[in-house]
Design a protein around this ligand. Sequence first.
Ligand code: CA
Length: 266
Amino acid sequence: MPVNKTSSGRLLEMPGAPYRCVMRVKAAGLTDVGRVRTGNEDAFVVRVEARVFAVADGMGGHAAGEVASRMASDTIAALEVPAPATAEALRQGLLRAVTTANHAILYDGERQPERAGMGTTLTAIAITADCREVACAHIGDSRLYLMRGGRLTQLTHDHTWVQDQVDSGTLTTVQARAHPLASVLTRSLGSFDDVMIDSFTAPVEPGDRYVLCTDGLTGLISDELVLKTVAQASTPDGACRLLIAAANEAGGRDNITAIVVDVSAE
Ligand code: CA
């Protein structure tokens, strides 16, 4: 209910006045090795107080994928978030962090032959202190989804060869998910010095639920099942557990990571 303070300090209801409320963030993250692989090359960051979240999916032999995703997630974990910061400032801060991670992974790979060619995806978000806007930086095929009003929208674009085929009408999304080249990336951290990173800001509404995940989830279950699964959980932690269980039930052939972030009005 809109309120206004009188000179005596009492709270009065003000019908028609702009609704002012405090929003808050609840979040959880979970990773699972899956049912086939022996190691986990995914990494994630959940910083509820700073409202910063990220998933990274590493690739490369001799455990180098683990190193790459960890380097990317460590960079986001160390991101300094000035308060208050605009969404645009957060977007630029994320971009700088992702660029720093790219250079670190690239040069580490060049210095250590056993890590040559290692790389990682990175999808990171930061929510403003007033929880009105979100900034995102993204590269690779991990994803950011928004569940709002009972609908699920993918906010990031996969940087994969199969996504290019979907965009040009050569493959359907169902065919793309099952394609033998489904995991071939067109962009990732650790491949080029001057890599193109997607970024954007978007308005946040009370009741929004954000999902960040690696392709160990979305390569196995459809968006419809992601929505159905996420919608039936009352908490972020419950949603993460259900998502990982669904991917494992579908075969669990890859590492699976999910972060669920709820923004609610207090
Ligand atoms: Ca993966």
